[in-house]
Ligand binder design. Structure first.
Ligand code: GLC
Length: 537
């Protein structure tokens, strides 16, 4: 993990600090609470924590609306608490990256307040203003459920301002060099404190230009390269992870020549894992991989199944979206914008076989996997909560009051008490020392991934067997080779043409010997069974 390319073989864990652990009994998770729970994360085996925004914010978008880039929200603690968290994490060999929201601020930020009040203020040009709300008409609206335009009239300013997300999140004007400098200053501040990098939020939208859809513009890439140069020059080894919900050909540009982002989320692969599982067919996964261009040696994809947002269906066709909604979000209350506001376990019918199979894909396909807090114990969702809050409920530590999350007697969000997701079953305490629990299975996959760097660094070769229900591929480096099979169907399957007849192999997941049929080379898989095969010598 000390290699400069550590991120290529790292397991990431996304933490919503408010949900993780409340150290001062005020009902909100905080930085000290997270620090107190680091042993658990170390035991789980993850390498790097990604913290959702912890900055001061009016919380109109759960902290993605920042009102001060240089502080910590009082609910979360203080900068000193953050430094302690970093020190404690680093002492355990855990890295920490934070969310960096460049594209917009909160409308409560002093820059915006100054900008709207005084047209001659230095800050006026920090934002994008117009007398005409018809400008940049080709830019789509992202938060379709709440916003009707990317322009909002500000009566104080007497002009419209531009925003790609909620109206309470005015976009910064990256055409202004002062804004570009400000953001480098913000990065410097947190890098000096010791963060290991940033998950950079909403990167495609930094610049606007008439006659374009205002996404992925060359000027945006040019600025991102400047950011990377800045990090490499002063903080070598720190990482930038790109959030661009785009097609791989467009995301490819964010890696540049290995001189822009080291990492980028693979958005189109994620829904196709769910599609494949529901259809009992490997094709959607194969297709997503075939659409994925090669990336520079020093770059890596980040794979994920779920995160703090809705399961986005922006990267599927209209027909596929309707099908995904019908299959995975039959109740309209499960839908949000162009996605599905649900957790991993309920999406997969709380079926252990399906959850483990999805994780097998997550941990064995190319890319650095990201786990979303609570999914490792199979947490449920609360659909009675608005927006994306239903997947941001308190981490379930034990079956005591407040699920071991808080001693306050109340919390920012209710704990999920309804069976089968209740803390008696779904909690760290219930699962920690149970070798049959989901937690143990996830921990084992993480450990295997660490023990077999080929899963991080290796090349992928898709194996065309004779059974379309089985996703099979080989991962190889010069010294190592693994053959991975995933039975996506709920039926027993047998597959030929993957391994040589008569070869003897061990399944790393179970430790069992696996011998293909002597004559045909057929391998048998149980319903939803994954196999991670290594050749016996
Ligand atoms: C990103 C975040 C999302 C947030 C949006 C606006 O997509 O993941 O939670 O609402 O950016 O900042």
């Amino acid at each position: 993990m000390n290699s400069p390319l550590w991120y290529k073989n790292a397991v990431f864990y996304e933490v919503y600090v408010r949900a993780f652990h409340d150290s001062n009994a005020d009902g909100h998770g905080d930085l000290r609470g997270l620090t107190a729970r680091l042993d658990y994360l170390q035991e789980l085996g993850v390498d790097c924590l990604w913290l959702m925004p912890i900055y001061p914010s009016p919380l109109k978008d759960d902290g993605y609306d920042i009102s001060d880039y240089y502080g910590v929200h009082p609910d979360y603690g203080t900068l000193e608490d953050f430094e302690e968290l970093l020190a404690a994490a680093h002492a355990r060999g855990l890295r920490v990256i934070t969310d960096l929201v460049l594209n917009h601020t909160s409308d409560q930020h002093t820059w915006f307040q100054a900008a709207r009040r005084d047209p001659s203020s230095l800050y006026r040009d920090y934002y994008v203003w117009s007398d005409d709300p018809g400008r940049y008409a080709d830019a789509r609206i992202i938060f379709l459920d709440t916003e009707t335009s990317n322009w909002t009239w500000d009566p104080v300013a007497g002009q419209y301002y531009w925003h790609r997300f909620y109206a309470s999140q005015p976009d910064l004007n990256f055409a202004n060099p002062a804004v570009r400098r400000e953001m480098l200053k913000v990065m410097k501040f947190w890098l000096d404190l010791g963060v290991d990098g940033f998950r950079v939020d909403a990167v495609p939208y930094l610049f606007e230009r008439e006659g374009t859809n205002c996404e992925n513009l060359p000027e945006t890439h040019a600025y991102l390269k400047t950011m990377r140069r800045f990090v490499d020059e002063h903080y070598p080894g720190r990482i930038l992870l790109c959030e661009a919900n785009q097609w791989p050909r467009d995301v490819r540009a964010y890696f540049g020549k290995g001189d822009e982002f080291q990492l980028a989320f693979h958005f189109p692969l994620m829904p196709r894992i769910f599609m494949a599982l529901r259809r009992g067919a490997a094709e959607p996964i194969r297709w997503a991989l075939s659409e994925t261009p090669p990336i520079p040696e020093n770059c890596q994809w980040c794979t994920f199944l779920r995160n703090h947002d809705e399961l986005t269906l922006e990267m599927v066709s209209e027909e596929e979206r309707q099908w995904m909604w019908q299959e995975y979000a039959p109740d309209p209350g499960m839908r949000l914008n162009l996605g599905i506001r649900r957790r991993l376990a309920p999406l997969l019918d709380n079926d252990r076989r399906k959850i483990e199979l999805a994780c097998s894909l997550l941990f064995s396909l190319p890319g650095s996997p990201i786990l979303y807090y609570g999914d490792e114990i199979g947490m449920g969702e609360d659909l009675s909560l608005p927006d994306r809050n239903g997947v941001r409920t308190p981490m379930q530590w034990d079956a005591g009051p407040g699920a071991g999350f808080s001693k306050a007697g109340y919390s920012y969000s209710p704990v999920i008490h309804a069976a089968p997701y209740h803390p008696e079953k779904v909690s760290v305490a219930a699962q920690r020392s149970d070798p049959q629990a989901l937690l143990a299975a996830i921990r084992a996959m993480i450990a295997l991934r660490k023990a077999h760097p080929v899963l991080g660094y290796g090349k992928l070769q898709w194996l065309e067997g004779d059974n379309p229900a089985v996703a099979a591929y080989r991962r190889t480096t010069r010294g190592q080779q693994l053959v991975i099979l995933n039975n996506l169907s709920g039926e027993r399957q047998s597959v030929r043409g993957i391994v040589l007849p008569g070869s003897r192999m061990t399944d790393l997941l179970t430790g069992k010997t696996c011998t293909p049929e002597a004559g045909s080379g057929a391998l048998e898989l149980r319903p939803f069974e994954p196999l991670w095969l290594v050749q016996d010598h």
